[in-house]
Structure formats: C-alpha cells, structure tokens
Design a protein around this ligand. Structure first.
Ligand SMILES: [Zn+2]
Ligand SMILES: [Zn+2]
Length: 397
C-alpha cells in the first residue's frame, strides 16, 4: 500500500545504514604518520630527499590511479598475470590497504553513489567523514569480497590483500636503510601522507567542488586542479558518467597523466584493450540507465512539497468536489483514481514546463531529460494522491 512517497525512500529501500562510528584506536597509526613529519625539523630536507618525495608521490599516485582504480576497481584495460601482481604491489606501496579491499569499497561507492549506503559520501556524512573518517569507521576493515570475485580467484592477490601494509613497510625500511632518517621522513613519510590526502580528495572534494557536465544522479564533479594533483582523476564527473573508460579526461584538453602513461605502455604491449568513451557518450547524447533516471527524478520531485500541493488541491476541492466522489468515479481502484487524477486539471501540480525549468536549473542537459521529468511528475502525483486519499480510508490495500 505504501506506494506513496517514493521521494526520499531511496534510502529506506536499500537497507539500514552501516554503522558509522569512528573506532578511534585504529586512527593511531594514521595520526602518527602525520606527527612523524615534525621530525623534518631535525633531519632537514635537501634536494635529494625532496626529489625522492616527488618521485615517490608521482610513481605511487600512478599506482593508485592506474592500479587500485582503473585496473582493479573498474577493469578498464587488460594485462598479464605477473604485471597485474606488480600493479597491486605498486598500489599497495601507498599504504592504502589491499587492492581487493580498495576495489570492493570503490565498487560499492559507484553502486550507491551519494546515497546513505555509499561508503564515503560528503553529501550524507559530511566532508571530513568522506575524506578520511570512513576509513576508521566500525567495520571499515571488512569489505564485501563477493563483489570482486573476478579478483579473488588469484591467490597471489588474496595473499597480498591479507598482508596489506607489508609492501609499504618494506619500502619504508629500504628507504631508511639506504637514505637514513632524512630519506625516511622527508622522502618517504612526507610523500606517503601527501599521497593519502591527494587520493582522499577524490572521495571528498571531487563530490563537492567542480562542474557537473553530465547528469549522473550523484554529486561527482570535474575539477582541473584535482586532475593535476591526482594525475587525471579529477575528471570525476566524466568517470561517474562512463566508468568503464580507461581515459578519464574525455576532451583533448582534459589532462590525464595516468592515461598517457598507460597509452605509452600499450604501444609496447605491456597493457592492452584500453577503453575510450564513444563519441555520443562524450557528447552526453546517450540515454541514461534506468536507475540513474529514477534517482534524478526522485531528486527533482523532492524539490516540490507534496504536502503544500495536496493542501492547495484539498482547499480548491472543498468548494466543488468531494474526494469520495473522485474515488467512486474512478471505480474504487487506486490505479484508476490515479489515472483519473492525472486527467483532472490540477493547476496546483507542477506542469511539465515547470519541472523542465527546475531541472534546467539543477542539472546539465541529458538525452534522458524527458524521461526524468515524466517520472518526477509521476512521483509527485503518486505522493499527492496518497496524501489526499490516505485520510479518507479509500486507499486500496
Ligand atoms: Zn571509480
Ligand atoms: Zn565518486
């Protein structure tokens, strides 16, 4: 019976929100990594250790974006089994946990983008939670490994995922052995901490600041500054629009260093099957998936007040027509009553033009905009008819 009020129910239909309590002891190593940087005042930072920091940042950021993200999470290109393992080793040298954990969490992010089930949505849990709080939430160590069964079939990846910080520690120890304390602190720790925040900004800032070229149903943005910091990951709205593309900078001027390196690697056969977005996808001419249309229509419908519209209708009808009459005339059937309502001229309901106007203010253009608007009007009408008939006892079971 509760067909009503689809608006706002996306959250309820998905299942309860995961526990978001922060487990504070688990933040200690992360905090210590930041505090360790104070040691730079003693060790100093010279040209060689600064150069080492830049090198470690750039190479490992590439490991994060090409490895964790474009390969393990989205499988946007292919490579051999040994190189796949080396990609995981390089990614995990960034100390951002196991490649399988990272991919499982990231697939959940795309599946539930900016809904309450998104592991890190700034829209629902606030900026700092999406930036780093989520990593220390209760249960954050667990991931739904059933969503990465294409990766868990490789025992070497499972082993590496289990010993998730091993590579990062081994690298740190090697740097200390060869470069002493200055190498460890100014070269290795500094770049590791900057790498944390560079990566995390895609989860936080890239869903808050920037432009939305495509209607994606979430708050992903394109942000050129983030694209520089993250070697091409800043074109995050592009990426949410078409996730299976290796290339995230869709236009020639959208700098995407990760892709350039992968492209060069493909010329010598190290990787292959790189994917680019089809022309219609870049132009935003393809129709959106049904779930995206539904999500956007819900958002659009929510910007109108069902209560206010219903109150206005009720007031207008007080003088002319009773709700009982309407229900009777619609043959007691809720669906028919609704169809009848649709036929009735109700100036209180937003017109298609009004919805179109509102949608134009809220979103960029999309080939599916007519579907979104029609669906949003349907949602509002459903909500209003529930509101009107609920009190009369005329609602069908
Ligand atoms: Zn992604
Ligand atoms: Zn995202």
């Amino acid at each position: 019976m509760k067909k009503h009020n689809n608006a706002g129910s996306a959250a309820e239909t998905i299942s309860p929100i995961a526990n978001t309590d922060i487990v504070y002891p688990s933040t200690i190593p992360f905090i210590l990594a930041h505090i360790s940087l104070v040691a730079i005042f003693w060790t100093g930072i010279s040209w060689w250790s600064f150069g080492l920091a830049v090198l470690f940042y750039v190479v490992r950021m590439w490991g994060v974006t090409a490895g964790y993200h474009r390969y393990f999470s989205h499988r946007t290109f292919r490579t051999g089994r040994v190189r796949q393992f080396l990609l995981a080793v390089l990614a995990q040298s960034s100390a951002q946990r196991g490649a399988l954990w990272w991919a499982a969490k990231h697939r959940a992010h795309h599946k539930y983008s900016d809904t309450p089930l998104d592991p890190h949505s700034p829209v629902h849990r606030g900026f700092w939670y999406s930036h780093l709080g989520w990593i220390f939430a209760r249960g954050a160590n667990d991931a739904d490994y059933s969503t990465v069964s294409d990766l868990t079939k490789f025992p070497e990846l499972v082993w590496l995922n289990k010993h998730d910080y091993f590579i990062a520690f081994a690298l740190g120890a090697a740097v200390w052995w060869f470069g002493g304390w200055e190498g460890l602190v100014a070269g290795y720790m500094l770049s590791t901490v900057l790498l944390f925040h560079g990566t995390f900004m895609i989860n936080s800032l890239a869903h808050v600041m920037g432009s939305k070229r495509y209607v994606t149903g979430d708050d992903s943005r394109n942000n050129w500054a983030l694209a520089i910091i993250t070697l091409g990951e800043g074109w995050h709205n592009n990426h949410h629009h078409f996730q299976s593309s290796t290339r995230q900078g869709f236009r020639w001027y959208e700098y995407d260093a990760t892709f350039y390196v992968l492209k060069a690697m493909s010329w010598v056969g190290l990787v292959w099957d790189l994917k680019s977005p089809p022309r219609e996808v870049v132009r935003g001419e393809t129709r959106l998936r049904g779930v995206v249309v539904e999500k956007v229509a819900q958002q659009l419908a929510q910007t109108f007040s069902i209560e206010k519209i219903s109150a206005e209708i009720r007031e207008a009808w007080d003088q002319s027509i009773t709700l009982e009459e309407i229900a009777d005339r619609a043959n007691d059937a809720y669906a028919q009553a609704q169809a009848y309502l649709d036929d009735l001229q109700m100036p209180q309901l937003p017109t298609l033009e009004e919805l179109q106007q509102r949608a134009m203010e809220m979103y960029s253009t999309s080939a599916s905009m007519d579907d979104i608007i029609a669906r949003a009007r349907e949602i509002i009408l459903e909500g209003v008819s529930f509101e009107l008939f609920d009190d009369t006892g005329l609602m069908p079971a």
